[in-house]
Design a protein around this ligand. Structure first.
Ligand SMILES: *Cc1c(COP(=O)(O)O)cnc(C)c1O
Length: 388
């Protein structure tokens, strides 16, 4: 063994900014061919032919006819909650993107935040059960980072207390549970097709649900409540997906397997390079019934054993042109607009995780050598904590 020099050589700064993600771009010629079709149709939105074809393809992929598309995930979730007549209190996680909670707010529902479990950062079923009151109507759980929630335990609680079980699956497109695409768990699942997600349609959202009767309602709610040319049956909103979004979604779907296998390679490389670094922690291997999509690379930085706080590492990485993100910090309950909500759960795990979590860059065009370099920079920063 060659002993490490006290100060390792400065790894070189990336020539270009390495961002936490970049969208998958289908080949331009393919997209142009699709645009030609849209130009010929002269039909840009309002349930056009491309959207109809795309809906059929997704229906086949998910093996579920109860599927509705929207212009983004936030409105999809808002409409999902509205369509299911959820009111009162909903038990949810503070460790998520703000849109999860905003969707409750827009339905005048009171969010009740409870703690997460420390392995995959999803809702802790035991804490959920403790937070149930006579006003609780639903559980809104998040497959955060694409890690499936404790779905069996949550389903059991929902059944025993007669609660609706709703999943924010915004991170989970491409994840499979028991060989089937995630999305058929619970009563309803929302997916986001935003450009920053592993799978995207520029922007877009989707609901998958159990109750076939909801389909018609979602159609009305996303299209201003129009039943016919002269009839408006409910005060809906405008949440329609347009033809260009549908075209992007249709084309990216063709590359889904490729995107996932590319990310798997990069994820495993990160793991191999960083697993032995003191103070850098990965989630445990997922259970055998889960096929991951490797949408994110969340690691936890333990200040004591790493020798530096997560925030300092995050700041230092920027100097090397490596732009990580602190998903999800701060917790939703700490944002000014939700701070007034009273809580009984101290959210011990969520607070610790929010202070330690760092998501590292991953996208299909990221090179293996970039991953190795990012890992070398992290190790270098650790050895030189005294430098600024
Ligand atoms: C992205 C995201 C959303 C919102 O989706 P949009 O399509 O951007 O509106 C909701 N929840 C979570 C957890 C997300 O990451």
């Amino acid at each position: 063994m060659i002993s490490e020099p006290a100060k390792s050589l400065q790894p070189h700064v990336a020539d270009e900014k390495i961002l936490v993600t970049r969208p998958f771009m289908p080949p331009l010629e393919e997209f142009t061919r699709g645009l030609r079709e849209i130009w010929d149709n002269q039909w840009l939105t309002n349930n056009g032919p491309v959207l109809q074809r795309y809906t059929r393809k997704l229906t086949r992929y998910f093996q579920n006819d109860n599927l509705s598309l929207f212009n983004n995930g936030t409105l999809a979730l808002q409409i999902g909650l509205q369509g299911m007549n959820i009111t009162g209190e909903v038990i949810t996680t503070p460790f998520t993107f703000v849109a999860t909670t905003h969707a409750l707010y827009w339905n005048k529902i009171r969010p009740v935040f409870v703690d997460i479990e420390p392995d995959y950062y999803t809702l802790d079923p035991q804490k959920v059960e403790q937070a149930i009151t006579p006003w609780t109507k639903a559980i809104l759980a998040v497959h955060v980072f694409g890690y499936p929630c404790k779905y069996r335990a949550l389903a059991d609680i929902a059944r025993r207390y007669n609660l609706a079980l709703i999943y924010d699956a915004a991170h989970a497109f491409g994840v499979r549970v028991n060989g089937k695409p995630i999305g058929n768990l619970g009563d309803l699942s929302m997916f986001s097709f935003h450009a920053t997600k592993l799978y995207h349609s520029l922007e877009g959202g989707m609901l998958l649900y159990k109750d076939q009767g909801l389909k018609q309602k979602f159609d009305y709610l996303r299209n201003l409540g129009f039943k016919s040319e002269t009839r408006v049956d409910m005060p809906g909103t405008n949440a329609r997906m347009n033809e260009i979004q549908a075209l992007m979604g249709e084309q990216v779907l063709e590359y889904l397997d490729e995107i996932i296998s590319r990310r798997k390679k990069l994820y495993e490389l990160y793991r191999q390079e960083l697993e032995q670094v003191p103070g850098i922690g990965f989630s445990p291997e997922l259970p055998g019934d889960v096929q991951a999509s490797y949408a994110y690379v969340p690691v936890r930085v333990d200040e004591k054993s790493f020798g530096m706080s997560r925030d300092d590492l995050y700041t230092r990485l920027k100097k090397y042109n490596v732009f990580t993100r602190r998903y999800f910090y701060p917790l939703i309950c700490d944002f000014a607009c939700y701070r007034h909500l009273s809580m009984t759960d101290p959210l011990t795990t969520a607070r610790r995780v929010a202070d330690q979590i760092l998501t590292l860059p991953i996208y299909d065009k990221l090179e293996e050598e970039d991953v190795v370099r990012i890992c070398e920079i992290i190790k270098h920063i650790q050895k030189n904590t005294d430098c600024t």
